[in-house]
Design a protein around this ligand. Structure first.
Ligand code: ATP
Ligand code: MG
Length: 649
């Protein structure tokens, strides 16, 4: 089937009221957004944000200079934009705890009062503008208050996913020299207790963490914890002492809002630093357009606040837009595989945002757990984190969305702050597996990685760069601007380098082919991992696949594939040949894997991304050089894989 045939029309009922309608309106708005930058983004920033001191300059600096600054003479406070200015009686957060009947509706007024108390408590602890505060919090509303409390007083938060080890936490606290850590006694997921305070205690034992003078502890479970007098304090007690009003700090548009360490699927974590105004504008703007958000609707992103997705699309973007945003503490499979759809039906969710890894995991359980729940409130279904293979896309679209909803495949990164390439409901027909077209303000460029020249026109493939600054770009790597320049801005001078490969098809749609580091070179042909993995997943027995390159005497690189089979699939003698045949049929003989092994699991980061770097080492029989695996969700899979590979080779 040609790509043109794969265009899936916009489901009309889903977008009857869309902010922007039709391809021609999309194109004319996009052109304005990239050509008349000052006029377009100046108007957006005035309309979308409340300023204490209005800006006069829209954009200063350049990608080549590494000194991009948006609205640099304007002043505002992010927490005021996310809380104070919205009707106090409107629901800001619907929190659903680990148990489906544990639900809280929190108004903007309540969220503001709690945020102010916490902000005052932080000030009492001596936290001032520019100080760093570390969050190691479960998915509770207090986590959002903590972020916003930092924003209120101009402190820079650094959220560390509450599943990382003490060592990973220590490294992040040390790198940013945090003054205070905000945590909870324990977290709860599918009844499983996660001992958060114990991890904090362990991390802070280290000499390098002496910068931390106070720990505030939110009581989630009431489980037994150790207590360090003089350092530890219950969050609730610290808040009770303070009044629910806190004068917001006047922040320059370019003052840092937060640091977030990237998940580390490719190496040593970097503390990406985001700005106040540009970041906030970018998240609010993209939240509004990508999800076609209208005030009054309930919107749910089921990521964790420990990731950029949680920052931008649970907290900052939605709250800046005055939305009702869902915070979900549990797992998609607890108490059963229908939990997401139960959530959708009980809260009448209009847009739902998750990751391909979750979709694939749920597909394994079949359609029944989905169909049990009413999903008629849904209009937009979002995907983020990695390329969504067409099989999973179709299941999301047809089974979950009943063909009535727009699926938006959002390509972006921690570094970009918000969506960069995505289809927009009401604007463009969809293509399963393609992130589609650029967000307003984004000028994607394909560059030939060898020659460094621009690849213009359709039917081109290269590395993906962005040709001009957008408001949400991370401004630096904390404490290492040189590394920021080297990683993102110097490889292709004048452009921002994403590190991802991309193909532009005959319709101008963009297809992310995977990380450039993962691209295979087989007999001189460059093959993206995403394409081969998608082909494997078209096989009825295979639910998830990961492909890496290994040295090959003749071809330069050979292809090694790891496949997860559907539950209860038997590894019969003809299984591997038929998996190979599926790849041959979809792509061609060249892409046929040299080796396939079946495995019950894959090494993934805590955010659900496959660590191909680890798989590559295992496939190359270099398991003694795995590198940093501290961000792996379940390291127990590694010895199993090593054993299987050794047997197979
Ligand atoms: P690190 O940079 O530390 O290795 P990471 O890149 O996994 O970690 P993120 O910033 O969370 O951390 O992820 C961004 C990357 O995820 C992108 O560069 C891209 O490879 C992939 N990605 C995200 N969304 C999509 C999407 N919709 N389609 C394809 N790839 C995506
Ligand atoms: Mg990355």
């Amino acid at each position: 089937m040609s790509e043109e045939d794969q265009l899936t029309p916009i489901p009309e009922r889903a977008v009857a009221n869309a902010h922007i309608r039709g391809m021609h309106n999309y194109l004319s708005t996009w052109e304005k957004s990239v050509d008349e930058t000052d006029a377009f983004w100046g108007a957006e920033a005035r309309a979308a944000l409340d300023w204490i001191v209005p800006f006069r300059t829209v954009l200063r600096g350049s990608l080549s200079g590494g000194d991009v600054a948006w609205f640099p003479d304007g002043y505002l406070n992010v927490s005021v934009n996310c809380l104070d200015r919205h009707p106090a009686s409107r629901t800001a957060i619907i929190w659903e705890g680990d148990e489906p009947n544990d639900v809280k509706h929190i108004t903007y007024g309540e969220a503001l009062a709690a945020t102010c108390r916490l902000a005052n408590a932080l000030r009492t602890l001596g936290v001032r503008k520019g100080d760093r505060v570390c969050l190691y919090m479960p998915m509770v509303p207090e986590a959002a208050y903590c972020m916003l409390a930092c924003a209120r007083i101009g402190a820079i938060h650094s959220v560390v996913f509450a599943g990382f080890s003490a060592e990973a936490l220590r490294a992040r606290v040390e790198d940013s020299r945090c003054k205070v850590v905000l945590t909870a006694d324990e977290g709860l997921r599918a009844k499983k207790v996660i001992k958060l305070k114990a991890v904090v205690d362990k991390a802070l034992e280290a000499e390098e963490c002496k910068c931390v003078t106070a720990v505030l502890v939110y009581k989630r479970t009431g489980g037994a914890i150790d207590w360090k007098e003089g350092r530890d304090q219950w969050m609730s007690e610290a808040m009770e002492k303070e009044r629910p009003f806190c004068a917001p700090e006047v922040m320059n548009a370019e003052d840092p809002l937060f640091l977030l360490y990237t998940s580390g699927s490719t190496g040593k974590p970097k503390g990406m630093m985001h700005s106040s105004a540009g970041y906030l504008l970018w998240t609010a703007f993209t939240h509004r357009y990508t999800f076609d958000y209208h005030v009054g609707e309930v919107y749910a992103c089921v990521a964790d606040i420990g990731w950029i997705t949680g920052h931008s699309y649970i907290v900052y973007g939605p709250l800046c837009n005055g939305a009702t945003t869902v915070m979900f503490e549990s797992l998609p499979t607890y108490p059963d595989a229908g939990r997401y759809w139960d959530l959708v039906s009980r809260h009448q969710i209009a847009s739902f945002y998750t990751a391909p890894t979750a979709i694939r995991a749920l597909m394994k359980y079949g359609d029944a757990p989905v169909k049990k729940h009413d999903r008629s409130s849904l209009r937009v279904l979002g995907s983020v984190g990695e390329p969504i293979n067409p099989e999973a896309w179709k299941w999301y679209y047809e089974v979950v969305g009943e063909g009535r909803c727009c699926v938006v495949d959002t390509f972006w990164q921690t570094e970009t702050g918000g969506h960069m390439i995505t289809n927009i409901p009401g604007c463009q027909p969809m293509k399963p597996g393609s992130a589609s077209l650029p967000m307003f303000g984004v000028r994607p460029m394909l560059v030939d990685p060898q020659a460094g020249v621009l690849l213009e026109g359709n039917h081109k493939e290269g590395v993906l760069c962005i040709g001009q600054p957008w408001p949400g770009i991370a401004r630096t790597i904390w404490g290492d601007h040189a590394r920021y320049l080297d990683t993102y801005l110097k490889p292709y001078p004048g452009y921002y380098f994403t590190g991802d490969g991309c193909r532009r098809d005959g319709d101008g749609y963009l297809w992310i082919t995977g990380r450039v580091d993962d691209v295979l070179n087989v007999s001189g042909h460059r093959l993206g991992t995403a394409e081969i993995e998608s082909a494997l997943v078209t096989h009825e027995a295979c639910v998830e696949a990961a492909v890496v390159g290994i040295p090959h005497d003749v071809k330069g690189q050979g292809i090694f594939a790891y496949c997860i089979l559907k539950d209860a699939t038997e590894e019969t003698a003809d299984l591997i040949p038929s998996l190979k045949a599926a790849v041959r049929a979809a792509i061609g003989g060249l892409a046929t894997p040299d080796h396939i092994i079946c495995t019950p699991g894959l090494p993934k980061t805590r955010s659900g991304k496959i660590m191909r770097r680890v798989l590559r080492k295992i496939a190359c029989l270099e398991a003694d050089q795995l590198g940093d695996t501290s961000t792996l969700a379940d390291p127990s899979i590694i010895p199993l894989l090593i054993e299987k590979v050794e047997k197979a080779l």
